[in-house]
Design a protein around this ligand. Structure first.
Ligand SMILES: C[S@@+](CC[C@H](N)C(=O)[O-])C[C@H]1O[C@@H](n2cnc3c(N)ncnc32)[C@H](O)[C@@H]1O
Length: 383
């Protein structure tokens, strides 16, 4: 009975969701409109819809109930009411690793081919292990923080909060950890492990002048400033309002030596930038975000493949415009949170072929192996 009720609620939710906004923004509104749903119903509905989208393009020939049951079985270590009802033959296997679960599904007669999970398989960056990447979609990435206050680990321990310390500054926590109730407000930044890893590409020199060209709310600027506080920053973005967030975060971090500019990097900005020459440029480019779909699996389902070429074009055009302001011998750091070759290696190839740049190194940051986002970073040196 429980399973039948849950399935009906899930089907309503699935029918109401059209992919126009991420689930975490859609769900509160849906629950508000469906006040008859109690907190247990809501919890199950949220779990089911995330599980369902994590299955991606796999087993699309099955009906919704079977797909949901299989998805939830693959994504969780306990047997949900729907999984128990639809897949009684698999009871007892819920805590096995993903490979074994997939094997058990095949044994039960399902065409459980994990490479179908990610519907854009052939388009991934070369260094990505496609099967491992697809299987990572079954697992929700962890919550990562970069700590500003050395007391943070002790405070978490005192509060009985589980966490893993991955380096002096990086902690991994289970998702849903209520950090705001456990830690002082400005004692940490929420920043993914792979994003923190890009710090290794910056290598800023003392008193250098850096441009964070797509700064948004300043994640990378704060990171580079923590490495070398003497640098002078110019920060820009096409969105004026996001730079207001940046200002607040800079004030909090005590960063005062910076200039803020609203710039559309597809335009000629020479009027505003003609006297500028930088010792380093961070180009954290607008991209598909496909490396973060482990957190938002629903976006993968509604993504139009044609957008990849549009992003690639945008990235190449922006790279061409910013490189003009780089001093010879100095680095341009190209970053995306994409898993697609066309937004990563192909953009680097374009830069090497057409711009005065040489490649020092590039890396596909394989967050998919560590419950984190997948990103790409390249360090190119101006000629
Ligand atoms: C990946 S986000 C940057 C994230 C940021 N660096 C951080 O670490 O939090 C890319 C940014 O590029 C900006 N953007 C998109 N198109 C742009 C354009 N034509 N010119 C300048 N910025 C643009 C977006 O507004 C977005 O904030």
């Amino acid at each position: 009975m429980k399973a039948v009720h849950q399935l009906r609620t899930f089907e309503q939710l699935l029918a109401a969701y059209d992919g126009s906004m991420p689930l975490h923004r859609f769900l509160p509104g849906f629950f508000k409109k469906n006040r008859q749903m109690g907190s247990t119903d809501r919890r199950w509905a949220s779990r089911y819809i995330y599980s369902y989208f994590r299955l991606g393009g796999m087993l699309t020939e099955l009906n919704v109930a079977k797909r949901l049951a299989i998805a939830d079985f693959l994504c969780h270590e306990d047997m949900s009411p729907v999984a128990a009802q639809q897949l009684p033959e698999l009871a007892g296997l819920e805590q096995r690793p993903a490979d074994e679960k997939l094997g058990a599904l095949r044994h039960a007669g399902f065409n459980a081919d994990e490479t179908q999970v990610f519907p854009f398989g052939g388009l991934l960056s070369e260094a990505i292990d496609e099967a491992a990447f697809c299987k990572s979609m079954f697992v929700q990435p962890e919550l990562y923080i970069r700590i500003r206050d050395e007391q943070v680990p002790q405070l978490l321990e005192n509060a009985g909060q589980t966490f893993e310390q991955l380096s002096d500054h990086c902690l991994a926590l289970p998702n849903g950890a209520k950090l705001e109730t456990l830690l002082p407000e400005h004692s940490y930044y929420v920043q993914d492990l792979s994003s923190q890893h890009t710090a290794g590409f910056f290598q800023p020199e003392k008193y250098g002048k850096w441009w964070d060209a797509c700064a948004a709310s300043g994640g990378k600027s704060l990171l580079i400033h923590s490495l070398e506080p003497s640098i002078e920053l110019v920060v820009s973005d096409i969105r004026e309002n996001i730079l207001d967030n940046l200002e607040e975060r800079f004030a909090q971090a005590g960063i005062r030596k910076y200039q803020r500019k609203q710039l559309d990097l597809l335009q000629n900005n020479d009027q505003l930038l003609k006297h500028y020459a930088f010792d380093g440029i961070i180009l954290d480019a607008p991209c598909s975000g496909s490396g973060t779909w482990g957190r938002t699996p629903e976006l993968a389902q509604f993504f139009d493949k044609r957008k990849i070429a549009q992003f690639s074009y945008l990235q190449k055009s922006i790279a061409k415009n910013v490189v003009t302001y780089l001093k010879p011998g100095k680095p341009l750091i190209y970053i995306t949170c994409s898993a697609f070759r066309a937004e990563n290696e192909e953009v680097v190839e374009f830069m090497l072929d057409t711009l005065p740049l040489e490649l020092e190194r590039m890396e596909l940051i394989d967050g998919y192996r560590r419950k984190a986002d997948t990103m790409f970073a390249a360090r190119l040196i101006g000629r």
